[in-house]
Design a protein around this ligand. Structure first.
Ligand code: C2O
Length: 542
């Protein structure tokens, strides 16, 4: 295995990705952040130096971190933030998985301020192309994101203030690979300049297929993506290769990834629009500056200097629903049967409520999460907390059955397991928004979902042969989703809504898996030094 070493400096910059200047937090002044590309099994070493005024962290979304839970980058859970002026080195192996992933800050909502980037893990040798079934020449990364003109910290203050329940800030714009072109005359109150703005341009070979690895790195909006006059084959879901399915519109929720294989049309016209639209009717209210569509350009060859395609849009006849792409027909190429039954059932109800802080908070059962930036769960566990005090919180004996011990003395819902257990999460969404839920450190089987309440015979109707596995799946408004996972990766792993506003509002719980293993760990001393630094809490959310 090779070591891939990166040196990143995080700092604040004024940037105009689509024309409008705004303050951003960037890695090496790049937006989006640099690509991490490696082969399965490689060692990744990322030296992060924080020159910003707020503390920060980087999380490697979808990476298992098997044996290196403390490198997961989740503040309040696996680490203290990297204080201003401080450095931290993330070091882990990309083993046991291949495909398309991404990284983002896991401190407050800094991801929405620019701290995002792609990760591509190639399978060894010819394995990658074999697993993909459809031959392709090159592959490209396509990052789509909603885009706000204000810093997430000020938007968060407004969002969580009393009286604003369920009014998530609505993005003004959208980006493909950090680019878009706004008409500055539409935005008289903004500092806007279209010099240096452009649509993302993808120069593709007209002789072979191309794999596009699409990642929604945004904070809030679901996107629908299409490419004029092209159908494509869907071949990967969150790092899991699937038998190809032909589609021409792709719906993607925040944090999800899909690979599509694009075949050049014959004869090729040279230039085609890629259109990514935010599904705005899922938003609670209107935003006057909003432009919902962002375009990219697919170029097979360029007639003259033109970069303005004349291609035709697919006719808009679809009614997009505010939930995940229908993946029920997708079958993983590496077939794995889901365990026939779960050892533990975790029944979660998600809702937004106003309680003791008099802010609108997101609740999983009776718990709303707030990061304890100076005492992350993992440090607390591995420095003897579990042996010494408050033992009731972490050392409850395991009981199977629904909700037997999901109680929560500190508003921090932690589900603890010993040994390797199979866990069902039945998530019931009591609120009017879609929630893309992500589990760290694992992929899960998506077993079933629906509207209203699950049927009484749910467990006898499941197809366990080779269900889709992924790491981010949505529970629709007033609906439910059942996922199953084998909790075999020791550590403390958040399970949370990946809409930035919602996880900051507290829609997050933790799985503390194989606590018997975790108890034996000595977490590297570097982690303790992070906690001792001055300014470790700078930039904490409201
Ligand atoms: Cu993309 Cu908690 O993660």
């Amino acid at each position: 295995p090779t070591t891939r070493e990166y040196h990143w400096t995080i700092a604040e910059h004024e940037l105009n990705p689509d024309g409008v200047y705004r303050p951003m937090m960037l890695i090496n002044a790049m937006f989006p952040g640099p690509l991490i590309e490696c082969n399965e099994g490689d060692e990744i070493v990322v030296h992060v130096h924080n020159e910003a005024t707020n503390a920060t962290s980087i999380h490697w979304h979808g990476l298992y971190q098997n044996g290196t839970n403390w490198m997961d980058g989740t503040v309040g859970i696996t680490q203290c933030p990297i204080a201003p002026g401080r450095s931290f080195t993330y070091r882990f192996n990309a083993s046991g998985q291949t495909g398309t992933y991404w990284y983002h800050s896991h401190m407050s909502m800094q991801a929405s301020d620019g701290l995002v980037g792609p990760i591509v893990i190639h399978a060894k040798g010819d394995e990658e192309k074999r697993l993909q079934e459809v031959p392709y020449g090159e592959d490209r990364v396509v990052l789509v994101s909603d885009h706000y003109y204000d810093l997430s910290s000020s938007l968060l203050m407004q969002y969580l203030a009393p009286g604003n329940e369920n009014d998530e800030p609505v993005p003004q714009s959208a980006l493909i690979n950090g680019r878009n072109i706004r008409d500055c005359s539409d935005l008289p109150n903004r500092n806007c300049s279209s010099t240096n703005t452009s649509n993302a341009l993808f120069d593709l070979s007209s002789d072979s297929n191309t794999r596009l690895r699409i990642i929604n790195v945004g904070a809030y909006a679901e996107f629908q993506i299409q490419i004029d006059e092209h159908k494509f084959l869907l071949t990967e879901v969150d790092g899991v290769d699937v038998h190809p399915q032909s589609i021409h519109r792709l719906n993607i929720n925040p944090a999800q990834r899909y690979s599509i294989i694009l075949t050049p049309p014959n004869p090729s016209k040279g230039l085609y629009w890629m259109r990514a639209r935010m599904i705005t009717h899922c938003f609670a209210y209107e935003e006057p500056e909003l432009k919902e569509e962002v375009r990219g350009v697919i170029r097979y060859w360029a007639p003259g200097d033109s970069v303005a395609p004349q291609s035709k849009d697919w006719p808009e006849i679809i009614e997009v629903e505010c939930r995940d792409l229908n993946t029920s027909a997708l079958k993983p190429i590496k077939a794995i049967a889901a365990p026939a039954h779960a050892d533990d059932q975790v029944y979660l109800r998600s809702s937004f409520q106003i309680r003791d802080w008099r802010l609108s908070r997101g609740y999983l059962n009776d718990s709303t999460y707030r990061a304890n930036l100076t005492h992350p769960t993992l440090n607390t566990l591995t420095t003897g907390f579990a042996q010494k005090q408050d033992v009731f919180m972490y050392s409850l004996s395991l009981v199977s059955g629904i909700n037997t011990y999901l109680f929560d003395p500190t508003h921090t819902l932690v589900y603890q397991t010993r040994g390797i257990r199979t866990i069902d999460i039945l998530l019931q969404n009591l609120d009017d928004g879609n929630h893309p839920f992500h589990l760290h450190g694992h992929t899960f089987f998506v077993l079933a979902s629906g509207h209203g309440y699950p049927p009484a015979n749910l467990h006898s109707t499941l197809n366990l042969t080779n269900p889709l596995r992924r790491d981010t799946a949505s529970v629709e408004a007033f609906g439910w989703t059942l996922i199953r996972f084998v909790a075999d990766n020791p550590g403390v792993w958040p399970f949370h809504c990946h809409l930035g506003w919602h996880s900051e509002a507290g829609l997050l719980m933790q799985f503390l898996t194989r606590v018997d293993e975790v108890a034996k760990w000595t977490v590297p001393a570097e982690l303790d030094r992070l906690c001792a630094a001055e300014g470790v809490e700078k930039g904490a959310g409201p």
